[in-house]
Design a protein around this ligand. Structure first.
Ligand code: FES
Length: 152
């Protein structure tokens, strides 16, 4: 059954008529056409679908959209502002951290979430923040280099 759902995503307000238990990821990708967050496992385990909710990383594939009402949702698309990439995005480009690139949404969101509350994290903290983000290509060395660049 559909309900009126109000969402704030990347600073914009949206009014939607959708079932409240629809996964947030489905709404972002299918209704709002924001394809930064990716569908990986659909089980909350890989991190590809990550978004920021009130500045903290959340897995949008397992989060009912109703839970996001009243919160600020930021997707990869919303990280850049005034035509400038977020420093984390720039660091990932500079480090050429992508192989297939599918996981990078989650990697970037997780690093941004850490930096939001810990501006100068240690390498160990960065590694810990990325511990549950999976990269099937195995480019973890480049991803960690990018994460460290984002802090430097
Ligand atoms: Fe959401 Fe894997 S797609 S955690």
């Amino acid at each position: 059954m559909t309900e009126a759902i109000s969402l704030t995503v990347n600073g914009r307000s949206y009014e939607l008529a959708i079932p409240p238990d629809t996964p947030l990821l489905t709404v972002l990708r299918n209704d709002l056409e924001l394809n930064g967050p990716k569908y990986g496992c659909g089980l909350g385990e890989c991190g590809a679908c990550s978004v920021l909710i009130d500045g903290m990383a959340a897995r949008a594939c397992v989060l009912p959209v109703s839970v996001a009402v009243g919160h600020e949702i930021l997707t990869l698309e919303g990280l850049a502002s005034e035509g400038r990439l977020d420093p984390v995005q720039s660091a990932f480009i500079e480090a050429q951290a992508a192989q297939c690139g599918y996981c990078l949404n989650g990697m970037i969101i997780s690093v941004r979430a850490l930096l939001n509350h810990t501006p100068r994290p240690s390498s160990a903290q960065l590694q810990s923040a990325l511990e549950y983000n999976l990269c099937r290509c195995g480019t973890h060395v480049e991803i960690l280099e990018a994460a460290n660049r984002a802090v430097a």
